[in-house]
Design a protein around this ligand. Structure first.
Ligand code: NAD
Length: 480
């Protein structure tokens, strides 16, 4: 890209924080890097502690009024917000590609998904539930909003992961302070501008930081709930940080998802799906396929197919329509992924890719590593990049045991032509979500939760909505 579009012009359309219904400059400014060039794309505001406190205080003041509005009124405003985002889908998609790196098609899909996520939650509602009723008594469970929700998001899906929190929080009557990741703040800030003209002041606030305000936000005594998506390491810090006030939390954390390819699978048919399952968004998906277990009878064939797909994939700037795999999102992650590739080279055999591209930006050739032991770092840890190890197994029980031998339990996939057998294997995987012969299908009305150290609590679906509320049980005796 030689010239940036007008919507990135710091003079014409400066990015602002949203605090108490007002669009305000930050206490300081920070560069946002385009991962396709490694160079600054634009600048955006950086909030300080005083602005964080202002945002929480605005959300707290707005809570009583917002929580008393009817569900229908909140739903109406959220639909207006979804419509406003949809009307500017292309601009938001381009902004996302420029700040995040993903191919424009993927960015369009994400913004479309964000719109759909808001709408899906406007179609859900929590009604009072009669738990017991007889001649003498009635017991009813209500669910009340919690108060101020801190929504903290990572850089891999900046908009969809924000909407997964924002929509259920707002529709159920909470107010929100959002803090996007420091390397992808722009879409959330621009979304704040849309919200400023639709939502009452203080109901939704957006602040940005340089990874320095997370603790202050999660410890804040006026924050009632932290809805966090990010790494397991940061999730542990969040959990420790909320302990002082026993806040409600949902943690959607890291994963090291296994794909088990059962014997007798049509390899030519599934290899492209497995490849994209590992490489989509440059492998930077919590639920990406991060380890592949193939039966010994088909190991050679699967490795060969994956290597072919990796070697022919088009890696490039996400703004180029031919690009299938964009850059890694930021320099820190780029360095980490290169380390994992070095581990793959030392412990296994690289059969495709294996290096960064010789050009500006954080590009890595999609990399397939075979003949690597289970105790290699690339197998044990979450690589979160376009490199995937392929391991051989001889017994299905052994494949399941190895797939489950991790502290993570986010997702997993099973590939095979015998659906009954594949279902049984899926049921034995210690993960919150397992797909059979497909991947990354996440309907907003279906709950999503990580097992083990991949998370705590549920997002999406009615269960996810309820997590933004507190149950209140009222016991009524029918005679005084
Ligand atoms: P990260 O944990 O470094 O950062 C996530 C967010 O937490 C950012 O906004 C960051 O500024 C903030 N943060 C940093 N320190 C904090 C602290 N002490 N307290 C509170 N907030 C703090 O994660 P990342 O590198 O941005 O994202 C990648 C990770 O996210 C991967 O592990 C990936 O698997 C995971 N992820 C999980 C899901 C899921 O739904 N389970 C979805 C997407 C990504």
């Amino acid at each position: 890209m030689s010239a940036n579009p007008k919507f990135l012009d710091a003079e014409l359309a400066p990015f602002k924080l949203l605090i108490n219904g007002r669009l305000v400059p930050g206490a300081a400014r920070m560069d946002v890097i385009n991962p396709a060039t490694g160079k600054p794309l634009t600048q955006c505001p950086r909030a300080d502690l005083a602005q964080l406190n202002d945002a929480v205080s605005a959300a707290r003041s707005a809570f009583p009024g917002w929580s008393r509005t009817s569900w229908d009124e909140r739903r109406r405003l959220l639909i207006a917000l979804a419509d406003a985002l949809e009307a500017r889908l292309e601009e938001f998609a381009q902004l996302m590609t420029l700040e995040q790196g993903k191919p424009l098609m993927g960015a369009r899909f994400e913004i479309g998904g964000a719109v759909a996520m808001i709408r899906a939650f406007t179609e859900m509602k929590i009604e009072p539930k009669t738990l017991r009723e007889d001649a003498t008594q009635k017991i009813v469970q209500l669910r009340a909003p919690l108060g101020v929700v801190a929504a903290i998001t990572p850089w891999n899906f900046p908009m969809i992961l924000l909407m997964i929190k924002l929509a259920p929080a707002l529709v159920s009557g909470n107010t929100v302070v959002a803090k996007p990741a420091p390397t992808t703040p722009l879409t959330a800030l621009r979304f704040g501008e849309l919200a400023a003209s639709i939502l009452p002041a203080g109901v939704f606030n957006v602040i940005t930081d340089q990874n320095d305000l997370g603790t202050a936000l999660t410890q804040h005594p006026d924050v009632a709930k932290v809805a966090f998506t990010g790494s397991t390491a940061t999730g542990r810090k969040v959990m420790a940080s909320v302990a002082g006030t026993i806040k409600r939390i949902t943690l959607e954390l890291g994963g090291n998802d296994a794909a088990i390819v059962l014997p007798g699978t049509d390899i030519k048919e599934v290899a492209p799906k497995i490849f994209m399952g590992a490489m989509i968004n440059s492998g930077q998906v919590c639920l990406a396929i991060k380890r592949i277990y193939a039966h010994e009878s088909q190991y050679e064939e699967l490795c060969g197919e994956l290597a072919k797909l990796a070697s022919s994939a088009v890696v490039g700037d996400g703004m180029d329509p031919d690009t299938q795999i964009g850059p890694v999102q930021n320099k820190t992650q780029f360095e980490k992924v290169k380390d994992y590739i070095a581990d793959g080279k030392a412990r296994g055999k690289v059969i495709a890719g294996g290096k960064a591209l010789e050009r500006d930006g954080y590009f890595i050739a999609p990399t397939i590593v075979r003949d690597i032991p289970d105790d290699a770092r690339l197998v044990r840890e979450e690589q979160f990049g376009p490199v995937v190890p392929v391991m051989k197994y001889s017994s299905i029980d052994d494949a399941i045991a190895r797939a489950n031998s991790t502290e993570y339990g986010l997702g997993g996939t099973v590939w095979g032509s015998n659906l009954e057998q594949a279902y049984e294997v899926a049921a034995k995987m210690d993960s919150g979500t397992v797909w059979v012969n497909k991947h990354l299908d996440l309907p907003p009305d279906i709950p999503f939760a990580g097992a083990k150290q991949s998370g705590l609590g549920t997002e999406m679906g009615h269960e996810g909505l309820e997590e933004f509320t507190q149950a209140k049980v009222i016991h009524v005796a029918k005679s005084a």
